[in-house]
Structures are given as C-alpha cells and as structure tokens.
Design a protein around this ligand. Structure first.
Ligand code: ADP
Ligand code: TZP
Ligand code: MG
Length: 296
C-alpha cells in the first residue's frame, strides 16, 4: 500500500514516493523469475532503446530472445509520435552526441510524464564532463532503474568524475560500489543495480545479490548494455516490483550465459549460445540455477 496516499496501487519506482518492496524469501526467486519471464514471453512488450552504436545488435537480439519487441528508434523527430506507445524505454549514453542527448532527454521526459518505466545505463560516465552532466540531467527525469558497472555507479553517485575510471570497462569490483548504489538509489528514487562478478541491486534500503553469470561476459562488448535493456523489458511487465524485476533480469541473463558457456569455445560463440540459451530457457533449468540472495 502507498504509505502516503493510502492507495493500494503504487507508483512505479522512480516516481517517488515508493514504499519498500516486500522481502521475497531467498528460495522464491527462481519461481518469481519464471513467472516474470512467462509474462514477458506472453506480452512481448515494446521496448524503445536509445543506445550506443556498438550495442544495438546484441541488445535487440537479447530482447527478442527473451520475448520482448525491441525498437531502436532514436530520432528527435519521432519521439512525440512513438515513445508514448512503448512499454518501457532504455537510455544508454555509450556513444553520446549532442543530437543523441536531445533525443534521450525528450524521450525520458515523455516517459516521466506518461508514467512509463525507463532505465538508464550511464556508460563511462566519468570519461567527460559532457557525460556526467548529461546523466545528472537525465536523473531529474526519474528513471525507474539505473544499471552500471562499479566504476560507473561510483562516479554517478558522487556526481563527480572519478579519477581511476577506464573508459567503458570497470576498474572496481561490484562490492566496492554497494554503498554508493544505496546512496544513489536514495537520492534518485531509482532502483540501482551494480553489475560484476556478483550483481547487487538496491532500493536504497535492502540489497539483493544475483550471483549467476560467467567471467567471459566481460570479453563480449555490450553485454552490460544488453542486460540493461533486459531490465527495461522486465520492469515493463512488473513496474510495481522494480527491484525484483531487475534482480530477475540480471539473474536470467547470468543463467543464460552459464548455459551458453557449456557450449562455447570463446567469446564469439558464447555470444551466440547465450542468445540461444535465453530463448530456450525452461522452468526447471531456471529454478535450479538461479542464485539470488538478500544480503542486507
Ligand atoms: N566476473 C564475472 N563473472 C560473472 N559474470 C560477470 C562478471 N563480470 C561481469 N559479469 C556479468 O556481465 C554482464 C555485464 O556486466 P559488466 O561487465 O559489469 O557491465 P559493463 O559491460 O557495463 O561494464 C552482467 O550480466 C554481469 O553480471
Ligand atoms: C565499447 C563501447 N564504446 C562506447 S559504448 C561501448 C559499448 C559498451 O558496452 P558495455 O557497457 O556493455 O561493456
Ligand atoms: Mg556498460
């Protein structure tokens, strides 16, 4: 129940105020993830991605394999016609330009106004003042979820470019950014996910860890971008439980990578087998492999 209004229907994460989500027992995550994946497969939500040029192919294919319908439309001239009709929006600043930023702002403003959930991926936010300022401006348009690697979350949470950041890859471990993630979640109203060997997801109060995945994911470009888009797809079918939807998306992506790794001989074949494994994922395999635990 919304603690401020007394309504049983609550605003999606990012649309403050947001009461804490109830705590899901550790042994229920597999069942919950399967439920959400089935919803996604049956509804085929339309996910608009305004993203970097490196990631478009993998992102669209991961969304399709999961059951969503991706659309990489990004022209400013199309936002007012197209964005109000989407189920969720994914914004990724990986190859940011002036024009791209104008589209991102316009689309996020439409989403905010319409109550559509949207997700921010602050790629390499510490690389330039331009990126940092762009992200800080986008935060004002209330993303439901922010997903980044540890260096990105540390930078964005401090609102200052961190010195030891290294382009798009992380120079920190995910655990090192948990405190920053909680603080960013509280200041932005968004669910914040830090990816890495262990993924951490927080609503500013509780922290959940998702422990699936394989280290070779770091050797395939745009896996972080793709999992952010997957989060957008999951929150579109469960907007009132954005923390659970985010943890399930990260975990399902990790399980698909583990299954793919059993057939892969290197990063290129892992990319292919990950997509196949995601498309073919069944309940038994998902439930037996999922490894999500509440840590605080
Ligand atoms: N060492 C690792 N072991 C297992 N999974 C990993 C590892 N590093 C990253 N991942 C996974 O790879 C995906 C991309 O995460 P990450 O590399 O942190 O993002 P980015 O590509 O944005 O830097 C996530 O699903 C994450 O869980
Ligand atoms: C290599 C590169 N350069 C700009 S965006 C990009 C892709 C980054 O993808 P990810 O954040 O998923 O590693
Ligand atoms: Mg990234």
């Amino acid at each position: 129940m919304d603690t401020q209004t007394g309504n049983t229907a609550t605003a999606p994460a990012g649309k403050i105020p947001q009461p804490p989500e109830p705590h899901l027992p550790d042994n229920q995550w597999g069942r919950r993830a399967w439920e959400l994946l089935q919803k996604l497969r049956s509804r085929a939500p339309l996910i608009q991605c305004i993203t970097n040029v490196v990631s478009m192919d993998l992102m669209a294919n991961v969304l399709l394999a999961a059951g969503a319908s991706p659309a990489m439309l990004s022209s400013l001239n199309e936002i007012s016609d197209f964005t109000p009709g989407v189920d969720a929006l994914c914004i990724n600043i990986g190859t940011l330009s002036e024009d791209g930023l104008a589209s991102m702002r316009a689309a996020a403003a439409v989403a905010d106004e319409a109550g559509l959930p949207w997700v921010l991926d602050p790629v390499a936010v510490s690389a330039s003042d331009f990126r940092m300022e762009a992200c800080l401006g986008l935060l004002e348009l209330r993303p439901a979820v922010i997903r980044g690697n540890a260096s990105e979350i540390l930078g964005l949470a401090s609102a200052r470019r961190i010195r030891n950041s290294k382009g798009v890859d992380s120079s920190h471990q995910s655990f090192d950014a948990v405190k920053a993630a909680k603080s960013l979640s509280r200041s932005s109203g968004a669910i914040v996910a830090v990816s890495g060997a262990v993924d951490y997801i927080t609503d500013g109060r509780m922290v959940v860890s998702a422990r699936n995945g394989v280290s070779m994911l770091q050797k395939i470009t745009a896996t972080g971008c793709a999992v952010t888009a997957l989060i957008a797809a999951f929150i579109s079918v469960e907007p009132l439980s954005a923390l659970e939807a985010t943890a399930c998306a990260l975990s399902i992506f990790g399980v698909a990578a583990e299954l793919g790794m059993e057939m892969a001989t290197g990063p290129a074949s892992l990319r292919m087998h990950l997509i196949d494994s995601l498309a073919g994922l069944n309940e038994h395999v998902l439930v037996s492999r999922m490894n999500v635990l509440r840590v605080s």
